[in-house]
Design a protein around this ligand. Structure first.
Ligand code: ADP
Ligand code: MG
Length: 326
């Protein structure tokens, strides 16, 4: 029988030399009552938590390695949306039983992504219960450079990174919402199971872009958060959205709907003044991420969806809400 302390030592405590060396920030890691972090002098800390519950955020029996990746990815995506550099994270884990093969796969997926971003696991909590994973990430950024939701201004361009909609297409496949002629492509399934947090892009944009949010519940719904917090409105051209390579071959109505209200994309939606266009494209290239301009922030409140000719399109979009959606 694997005890709580054995499993922490065996699967979550790593010797300093194999650990992600964001190092100087981590003065004391796993093993004491608290971890100790020493932020770089003059920097601000960015902190965020995200919880994933089996049957709610992932399907029962989900691949453990992908789950380890995804639960950290969604947290890193929040740091990216703020423009922060990842430093460290904690992991609170409830599981019905401690199974070695599951823990080995879960920690493999988790640490592979953590190491890619120099983000060190510094502590957590472990308990028996329905499978639930809660991660808190700690990052840092220069004061005044954070990409806040309340910073959009009328006249700003609206941009989106990468592509949107393929994660939603994968979900439609699993739910058999309509007929698919071919099996689901791995790349499309990966958009749902193993999202790529846009950490480098977020860090590059800090100080240049104005407002940003990461797209977890659908582009339109998440953009509305920026609009509300900033006291502005927007129009978005629904035919300018960069559709995922798999969604791109589906009819326009589905591209529009899944692109705007898909969810689970973990791309960044951000605004910037038009004078920064060239700079934004350069920064995105340096971060090896594509970016597309999809609309404009306007003074009049509300989100207007238009087509390429500027004519209004009524899509009756709903974004995901845990307490409203069955
Ligand atoms: P406490 O009783 O003070 O809450 P615990 O006995 O729960 O401490 O944990 C012992 C050490 O192991 C602590 O440093 C804690 O942060 C760490 N820890 C517990 N669970 C995890 C986990 N799932 N991942 C990483 N570290 C963990
Ligand atoms: Mg404890």
């Amino acid at each position: 029988m694997l005890s709580e302390f054995d499993l922490i030592t065996e699967y979550f405590t790593r010797p300093a030399r194999t650990r992600a060396e964001s190092a100087p920030a981590v003065a004391l890691g796993i093993g004491d009552d608290c971890a100790l972090l020493t932020p770089t002098p003059g920097m601000q800390m960015a902190i965020s938590s995200d919880m994933l519950v089996e049957g709610r955020h992932f399907l029962p029996g989900a691949d453990a390695c992908q789950l380890g990746h995804k639960c950290l990815a969604v947290n890193l995506s929040d740091l990216a949306a703020m423009g922060a550099r990842p430093l460290a994270f904690t992991l609170a884990l409830a599981m019905p039983e401690a199974q070695r093969p599951w823990l080995a796969e879960f920690s493999k997926g988790l640490f592979a992504l953590a190491d890619r971003h120099g983000c060190t696991l510094i502590g957590g909590d472990t308990t028996k219960g329905p499978l639930t994973i809660c991660i808190t990430v700690f990052g840092e950024l220069s004061p005044g450079t954070a990409l806040r939701r309340d910073a959009a201004r009328a006249g700003d361009d609206i941009w989106v990174s990468g592509t949107v909609g393929d994660a939603r297409l994968a979900l439609a496949f699993y739910r058999q919402e309509f007929a698919f002629d071919t099996p689901l492509a791995d790349a499309c399934a990966n958009r749902m199971h193993a999202p790529t947090p846009r950490v480098e892009l977020g860090m590059a944009l800090a100080g240049t872009a104005r407002a940003a949010i990461d797209i977890s519940d659908g582009l339109a719904g998440d953009l509305r958060h920026i609009l509300q917090r900033s006291g502005v409105g927007a129009s978005v051209d629904c035919d300018s959205l960069p559709a995922g390579p798999d969604l791109a071959s589906w009819p326009r109505a589905l591209r529009r709907r899944f692109g705007l209200a898909g969810g689970d994309d973990y791309e960044l939606c951000f605004t910037a003044e038009p004078a920064a266009r060239e700079r934004i494209v350069q920064l995105a290239q340096q971060a090896a991420t594509t970016v597309t301009r999809i609309g404009r922030i306007e003074a009049e409140p509300g989100l207007r969806i238009v087509d390429a000719d500027g004519a209004a399109v009524d899509l009756a979009l709903t974004s995901f809400d845990h307490f409203r959606t069955a």
